[in-house]
Write a protein that binds this ligand. Structure first.
Ligand code: FAD
Length: 421
C-alpha cells in the first residue's frame, strides 16, 4: 500500500454488502478500513434480548441455498437451524400444505390438492415451481420480465388462485400486496425456496453479520463513525478524514443517494409482532392464515432455536406489511396467532413490536442488477443495486470487491510504467 493512504480500500457501511466486500478484499491481501455509523455491524440484520427472548429487528430468515452465502464460506461453522420445508395454509377449519418441493413436484402438490383450488391450476402451480427449480438462475434472469401478477397469469394461473395461493405465499418475501415485484426475481426466489429450507440462529439473525466480521482484522472496523462526504480518494466523517486508493459506498440506497446524489429507492416497510405462547410442539413450519390476511405468516422461531425463548414458552414471530401498527391491528394479529396455533387468545402475550420503515427496496420489472463505478475510484454496493435480499446484498458486495481489485491491479501495473517524477 502507498504510505500516503490510510488503507487500500475504504468501505462505507458494515451491512452484509460492506462486510462481504471487505471479506473478499481482505482475502485478496488488500488492506480495508470499514466505516460504520452504528455501534454494531449488520445494518438491517440486528438482534436484541427482551425478558429472556431473542428478538430480531424484523422478521428475517437465512436461506442456505443463496449462492453468495455458500461462496463466502461462513455457513461452514454457522449453527443454522432450519425450519420445516413445508408451508401450512389455514382457512377457518380447513388447512392444506405446500410440502417440500425437493420430495418431487407431485409429492409437493399432494397437500395442495386438499385446498379448494381447481385441479388445472394445481398442475400449473407444479409447472411454475418445477420450472423455477430446474432452470439455471442465469436463464431465469435473462427472460423478458414483467411483474409477478402478470407472470403468473401468463403461466395460465387464474386470478382466483393467484389471490388464494401465490399472493399469501409471496407477499411476506416482497412486502408487496400487489405482486408488482419483478417476475424474474420472483422465480429466483421460488428456486431458492425449492432448493433449501430457510433457518435462523440461536443468537438471532445478527449472528450472520458477526460471522463475516470475525473474518476481518479487528483494526479494520471503525464503528460509531458516520461518513459525511466522499471525494475521489478521501472520505470525511464524524471521526475525521480518511484516504484510500479506492472507496466502496456500501450503505443502504437512501444514504447512498445523499452521499453521491442520485434517486433513492422506493422502500417497503415491515412490522413484526413478537409473541410469547405456551410451548408448542410440531410447529416448525411457516403458517399462513387465509381467514384474516393481516399477517404475512407466523413462525414459531423457538421450535428450532429453543435458546431464543424461556424453557416453557414459544417465541412466535408474525410480520405484516407496513409501518403503522395500531392497537386494533395488534388485536387482530393476536387473534390470528391463537387461530393458527389453536390456543386461547389470553395465552398469546405480546413481547415487543419491531417496525422497519426501510426494510426492502422495491424491485419493479425489469430485474436488471446494476453496477456503479464513479470516477474510477468510487464503487457502489448494496441490495438496492442487486436484489432486496441477503443474497442481493452479499453478491453486490462481492462484485464491487472484484471490480476494485481489478482496478487497483491495473492502476498498479500502469504506475510501474510511469516515468519517475
Ligand atoms: C424486516 C426485514 C426483513 C427481511 N427479510 C429478509 C429475508 O427473510 N430474507 C432475505 O434474504 N432478506 C431479507 N431482508 C433483506 C436483507 O436484510 C437486506 O437486503 C440486507 O441486509 C441489506 O444489506 P446491505 O448491506 O445492502 O444494507 P444495510 O443492511 O442497510 O447496510 C448498510 C449499512 O450502511 C451504514 N451506513 C449508512 N449510511 C452511512 C454513513 N453515512 N456512514 C457510515 N455508515 C453508514 C448503515 O448503518 C448500515 O449498517 C429483510 C430486511 C428487513 C429489514
Amino acid at each position: 500500500m502507498n504510505k500516503s493512504f490510510d488503507a487500500d480500500v475504504i468501505v462505507i457501511g458494515a451491512g452484509l454488502a460492506g462486510l462481504r466486500c471487505a471479506q473478499v478484499l481482505t482475502a485478496n491481501n488488500l488492506s480495508v478500513l470499514l466505516i460504520e455509523s452504528n455501534d454494531y455491524v449488520g445494518g438491517r440484520l440486528r438482534s436484541f434480548a427482551v425478558d429472556g427472548y431473542i428478538i430480531d429487528q424484523g422478521f428475517q430468515l437465512i436461506n442456505p441455498s443463496y449462492p453468495e452465502l455458500i461462496q463466502s464460506g461462513v455457513l461452514k461453522e454457522f449453527d443454522l437451524r432450519t425450519y420445516d420445508p413445508g408451508i401450512e395454509f389455514r382457512e377457518n377449519d380447513s388447512r392444506f400444505t405446500l410440502s417440500d418441493p425437493r420430495a418431487g413436484a407431485l409429492a409437493s402438490l399432494q397437500g395442495i390438492r386438499k385446498s379448494s383450488l381447481p385441479f388445472r391450476d394445481i398442475l400449473r402451480i407444479g409447472k411454475v415451481l418445477a420450472g423455477s427449480y430446474l432452470s439455471p438462475a442465469r436463464q431465469l434472469m435473462q427472460r423478458e420480465d414483467t411483474d409477478t401478477f402478470h407472470g403468473l397469469r401468463a403461466a395460465g394461473i387464474s386470478e382466483n388462485t393467484i389471490r388464494t395461493f401465490f399472493q399469501p405465499f409471496l407477499r411476506g418475501t416482497f412486502l408487496d400486496d400487489e405482486l408488482a415485484t419483478s417476475w424474474n426475481y420472483a422465480r429466483l426466489i421460488l428456486k431458492s425456496f425449492a432448493k433449501a429450507s430457510p433457518g435462523t440462529h440461536p443468537e438471532g439473525i445478527q449472528a450472520l453479520p458477526q460471522a463475516f466480521a470475525r473474518d476481518l482484522p479487528l483494526s479494520s472496523v471503525l464503528l460509531n463513525t458516520k461518513v459525511t462526504r466522499i471525494s475521489e480518494n478521501k472520505v470525511s466523517s464524524t471521526n475525521g478524514d480518511f484516504s484510500a486508493r479506492a472507496i466502496v459506498l456500501a450503505t443502504d440506497g437512501s444514504s447512498a443517494a445523499q452521499l453521491l446524489p442520485s434517486t433513492p429507492p422506493q422502500w417497503r416497510s415491515q412490522t413484526t409482532w413478537w409473541w410469547s405462547a405456551p410451548k408448542q410442539t410440531d410447529s416448525s413450519a411457516l403458517r399462513i392464515d387465509l381467514s384474516d390476511r393481516l399477517l404475512c405468516s407466523a413462525l414459531d422461531i423457538s421450535s428450532r432455536a429453543p435458546e431464543r425463548s424461556p424453557k416453557d414458552c414459544s417465541l412466535i414471530a408474525t410480520p405484516m406489511i407496513g409501518n403503522q401498527p395500531t392497537l386494533e391491528l395488534e388485536q387482530r394479529a393476536r387473534a390470528s396467532v391463537a387461530h393458527l396455533y389453536e390456543i386461547n387468545v389470553e395465552q398469546v402475550q405480546l413481547i415487543t413490536t419491531t417496525i422497519v420503515e426501510k426494510a426492502l427496496p422495491a424491485l419493479a420489472p425489469p430485474f436488471a442488477p446494476k453496477f456503479v463505478n464513479k470516477n474510477g475510484t468510487v464503487f457502489c454496493a448494496g441490495d438496492y443495486l442487486e436484489s432486496p435480499s441477503i443474497q442481493g446484498a452479499l453478491h453486490s458486495g462481492a462484485k464491487s470487491a472484484h471490480a476494485v481489485r481489478a482496478a487497483l491491479h491495473s492502476s498498479h501495473r500502469s504506475a510501474m510504467f510511469d516515468d519517475p517524477a
